[in-house]
Ligand binder design. Structure first.
Ligand SMILES: CC(C)(COP(=O)(O)OP(=O)(O)OC[C@H]1O[C@@H](n2cnc3c(N)ncnc32)[C@H](O)[C@@H]1OP(=O)(O)O)[C@@H](O)C(=O)NCCC(=O)NCCS
Length: 182
């Protein structure tokens, strides 16, 4: 893509100082991803919801999570040659016996350049592959579902969870599971 040098993108673990940039990335990427005419999800609805990522309250929660090092979770960021955060994801060992990858987000102008794959590889390597890895994903997010399938995730079907937006519209999710490495 013109103006984007993906060869210089590097994955590191996140630090609390990264939080404002991560929050902005989440807000922008939500607005680029989730509006959907067929599902009745408007840009306005998503924009209102995504604003919460940059709220001081959310920033404080994320800063505390990232700063509170635990063996059960890790946060990864992708940085470009200028040190800007262009990708983010979170991996965790859940208490109930499986692992999870959550919130994998790449900046819109970096999509389809392998940054998501670098983040996913870092997360899966960190998790270790001994347990199932679960991912919950918006049901109409075909880009992400295709991406997860490339990594061996298998679509299970709808889950009993939906996100209610200000207008009353709901975003429904599906679950994908990657089996343990034998
Ligand atoms: C989903 C997302 C993380 C993927 O990251 P990305 O950097 O665009 O993906 P990559 O360029 O690393 O693609 C990795 C692989 O998936 C493939 N892929 C990516 N998008 C695809 C698509 N739409 N259809 C089929 N394959 C696709 C690539 O071809 C590549 O495969 P390859 O290595 O065999 O060539 C990114 O598009 C994104 O942030 N989307 C918006 C946020 C989002 O939906 N997050 C998921 C929340 S559950």
């Amino acid at each position: 893509m013109v103006g984007v040098d993906v060869s210089a993108v590097r994955i590191t673990t996140a630090v609390p100082e990264d939080v404002p940039a991560i929050a902005l990335l989440l807000e922008e990427t939500w607005c680029a991803t989730y509006p959907n005419v067929a599902e009745g999800i408007t840009h306005q609805d998503v924009a209102v919801y995504a604003k919460k990522f940059t709220d001081p309250e959310h920033l404080a929660v994320l800063r505390a999570l990232i700063g509170d090092h635990r063996e059960s979770r890790q946060f990864f960021v992708a940085r470009n040659e200028r040190g800007q955060i262009v990708g983010y994801c979170r991996a965790m060992h859940a208490k109930s016996g499986h692992d999870r990858v959550r919130a994998i987000y790449v900046r819109r102008d970096y999509w389809q350049n392998g940054v998501g794959a670098q983040l996913m590889t870092a997360a899966l390597n960190w998790l270790g592959g001994e347990r199932e890895v679960w991912i919950d994903c918006v049901r109409y997010n075909q880009r992400a579902i295709a991406f997860y399938k490339k990594f061996g995730f298998v679509l299970q079907g709808p889950i009993d969870f939906s996100l209610k937006l200000a207008s009353g519209s709901e975003i429904h999710e599906v679950r994908l599971i990657k089996p343990p490495i034998q």
